[in-house]
Design a protein around this ligand. Structure first.
Ligand SMILES: Nc1ncnc2c1ncn2[C@@H]1O[C@H](COP(=O)(O)OP(=O)(O)OP(=O)(O)O)[C@@H](O)[C@H]1O
Ligand code: NI
Length: 265
């Protein structure tokens, strides 16, 4: 069942081009993809390609000078200012790219409790502790202020906060950036497990290599455009199972494939 769909979606920024006139500079163009229950879809592309903007558009947190075209639907209903409040936290949640989204003035456990309450979920101590434990975090981490956590712990805390409301769709924006392999595995395995439990996961990352082990499908973004959509299984061998030339180029450029050269299937 389709949870999330983007339809011919675009994002532009209004810039002043004279004293009184503004022009719109397009940054994201004609994006279309879906996320169904039970699957991890990876949104992959180089830095500056527009991945975070696409995620932010869904959650209504684009900069004020941004304008959008096309549509986003959640379970078929258009996501806009009217429908979004009932979706946030309880139906869909964002794990933001930056740990600076944690409130520096509040203990982590309080932030976790607020997230649960906002989503209308149980916020008792046992549930908070169980959620922390899912991400390898103990009471000490809960009682800490964000600056007292290591980078890896802060990122797992963001994930606990994003998932405590039991949302149907989780959008994780670069959830493993700055993490060592063990911490990255904890986070990605958790996302995979959520999909296994029937949730939908949109994994936003610049790393094709790390996404492939966990994603079902891959959407390749370059300069704000969708360059291709591939089944993760297509990224194997010489890349002969891939539909798009761009995907084959990315696949063959991975360090583990370099010895294969460009022409062998
Ligand atoms: N407020 C803004 N005004 C104008 N342009 C912006 C604004 N915010 C972002 N952009 C531009 O939009 C483009 C896409 O940015 P975005 O953060 O979505 O990229 P990304 O794919 O998430 O990159 P990264 O992998 O580095 O996180 C960038 O080129 C950026 O310069
Ligand atoms: Ni980003």
């Amino acid at each position: 069942m389709t949870l999330l769909s983007f339809h011919d979606f675009g994002i532009g920024f209004r810039r002043y081009s004279g004293l009184l006139s503004t022009r719109e500079v397009p940054v994201v163009n004609g994006i279309g993809f879906t996320v169904r229950r039970g699957e991890v879809v990876a949104l992959i592309g180089a830095s500056g390609g527009g991945k975070s903007l696409i995620a932010h558009a869904l959650f209504g947190v684009l900069p004020p000078n941004a304008c959008t075209t096309g549509a986003i639907r959640f379970e078929g209903r258009v996501v806009d200012e009217r429908s979004r409040p009932s979706l946030l936290g309880r139906r869909m949640a964002l794990m933001p790219q930056s740990v600076s989204h944690l409130d520096p003035m509040a203990r982590c456990i309080s932030q976790l409790r607020w997230a649960a309450r906002r989503a209308g979920a149980a916020a008792d101590d046992a549930r908070l502790a169980a959620t922390l434990a899912q991400f390898g975090l103990g009471a000490e981490a809960g009682n800490a202020f964000p600056h007292q956590l290591s980078g890896g712990m802060a990122r797992r805390m963001l994930m606990a906060i994003a998932t405590i409301g039991d949302p149907d769709l989780i959008v994780a924006d670069e959830p493993t950036s700055g993490l060592d392999d063990d911490n990255a595995d904890i986070v990605l395995a958790r996302l995979r497990k959520l999909a296994g439990d029937g949730k939908g996961v949109l994994l936003v990352t610049h790393s094709l290599a790390s996404a492939l082990a966990y994603a079902d499908r891959v959407c390749l973004i370059r300069d704000g455009r969708l360059e291709g959509e591939e089944d993760a299984a297509g990224f194997s061998g010489g890349g002969g199972g891939l539909r798009t030339a761009y995907a084959r180029v990315l696949w063959r450029a991975l360090p583990q494939n370099e010895f294969r050269g460009g022409d062998h299937a």
